[in-house]
Every structure is written in C-alpha cells, then in structure tokens.
Ligand binder design. Structure first.
Ligand code: ZN
Length: 70
C-alpha cells in the first residue's frame, strides 16, 4: 500500500511509520474536535507539511478551528 500522506510505500498500512507518528500527535492535539471533521482528506496535505517541517501541529489545529468557525 501507499502512505495516504506522503505516498511512500508501506507494508500494509494506511500511513508510513513517520506519518503515523505525526498523525497520532495531531489527532491527540486536536482531541475531540477531530470527531467533528467529516472529511479528513483535507487534513492530509497539512499533516504532510507537518511531516516535512513546514507547519506545526498547532497550525493544523488552528486550521480545523477556523473551519469550525465558518
Ligand atoms: Zn508517510
């Protein structure tokens, strides 16, 4: 399979180990808000940028909160 975030090939998982760790951290930081997201796919590009070091987890949280406010 391919990692849904960075497209690197993975054994049999949706995310590679690196993205998985970051994804878990994002989910932990987002907390209950995560459940309110209907479509997580728009989060992936942002999580990818966290993996790349362009964004911080907090930026993703802010973006989700912004979406909530709209
Ligand atoms: Zn990955």
């Amino acid at each position: 399979m391919e990692c849904q975030i960075c497209a690197e090939s993975t054994s049999n998982k949706k995310y590679c180990g690196r993205c998985e760790r970051i994804m878990e951290k994002v989910i932990r930081d987002v907390g209950p808000l995560w459940e309110k997201i209907d479509d997580c796919s728009y989060i992936y590009p942002m999580v990818k940028r966290v993996v790349d070091g362009d964004l911080k987890t907090q930026d993703v949280v802010n973006e989700i909160l912004k979406g909530e406010a709209d």
